[in-house]
Write a protein that binds this ligand. Sequence first.
Ligand code: ADP
Length: 461
Amino acid sequence: MGRLPEECERPAQEIARHLSQIQTLREVMMAAASTLDFNQVLKETCRVLQARMQLEYLGFAMMDAEGRLTPYAAQVGYSRRLEQVQLPLDGSVCGRVYQSGEPVIIEDVREEPCYFGLEPEVRSELAVPIRIRGQVVGVLNLESRRVGGFNEEDLAFYSAIAGQLGIALENACLYEEVAEQADDLQAALTRLQELDRFKTRFMQNVSHELRSPLALILGYADYLFEDQSRSMPSYLRELLGLIQEQATTLSQLVEDLTLTWQTETQPIKLQPVAFHDVVQSSVLRFRISAEGKGLSLESSIDKDMLPVRGTPECLRSVVDNLLSNAIKFTPSEGRVLVRLLGGGDNLVLQVSDTGIGIAPEHHKRIFDRFYQVAGSGSRHHRGMGLGLALVHEIVEACDGSISVESELGRGSTFTVRLPTWSLDAVRNGDSAPHARSLRTHEPPRPVPVCSQAPASSTALT
Ligand code: ADP
């Protein structure tokens, strides 16, 4: 390569210097982007600048939480560890730059009254502020053994470097904040899990302790009602009926609580269950309370149906909850109809009533735990909002589905579909899931017991 003409040499050198600066800036940017550890960013910056820029002294001072301007460990050229030094805000060039936010070049430090000397040979200094979102948080500082070692071009270049460091520092701070929040969230989650375990233990204990005395009260009340009540004066019979009714409600709540924690903690062990027997005996059990409220309770239950997958206890809870709700939310003179239809691969249970109905916006949420429709008067009906959630969980565990069709003031129909357990499977003791494809099976239309079918419906699987 030939020599450049003399007049081109200076511009060519300048271009080469600018290129080298751009390259250095790019490397600092890459170092800043490669880690979220700010100490590491400073170390990398030192390494890049030292390799490319013929530095004599380089250091960084950052404001700490106690309001002290303290140098960082990353440094070039100094004979002592800078992080042990504390720079006076009013008696150092770095302090001045930190406070004013303006970069400075000190041509000769011997003429600078606020110069804070660390190395006796230093003659000139350049200091530029490091900012996060416009606010000064630290200072990048260079020193030279030459008088007038820095010019405006150096100032522009190191200001650009300080800009990159500000971005890296901001990222590191954001990362620290996010990491702290993640720690807080983890702690909150652990606490929630503890509370959840406590709640489950509490539910277990309460339901266990209440079960036996309630069964005793109910047993005696039933015995007195059936065997002795005819010889009682009417006010005593009424009181006895009240005890029986309240004890039944309480024992259903306890059953729901027990089953709720059981389904949470232990998977249901599925077995073939004669569902029509379960439905039949629920209807018998609820007949007295329906009649006592002046409701007609009708049923249409197909016989000779295949068993379904479930447990007698869980499936009884499904029917009891649907039936007790139908009775609870239907005013006197109303009708409740229970239908059980068999049809090939699945059985369909429908519990319909002519009661107060449910507005469409509540159709999905009534299957959430503890959800009760505000203003439906459900507060003066007894309940905890657990029944339908439990029904939904049990039906799902049995590979079935539940849907509701209801309209405010026009009654409700709850439809439960449960897959049957084939006779072969029953004979072979096979516990493999049967007829999962039933979810796509078209259900029979609900038979409304009110004069017009409710318009709005929601299905849950
Ligand atoms: P609970 O009956 O204990 O309040 P459920 O989970 O069984 O709880 O029912 C949730 C809510 O759904 C009830 O509070 C009531 O508002 C509404 N609901 C359930 N079944 C019926 C029904 N047959 N008719 C009208 N509203 C009902």
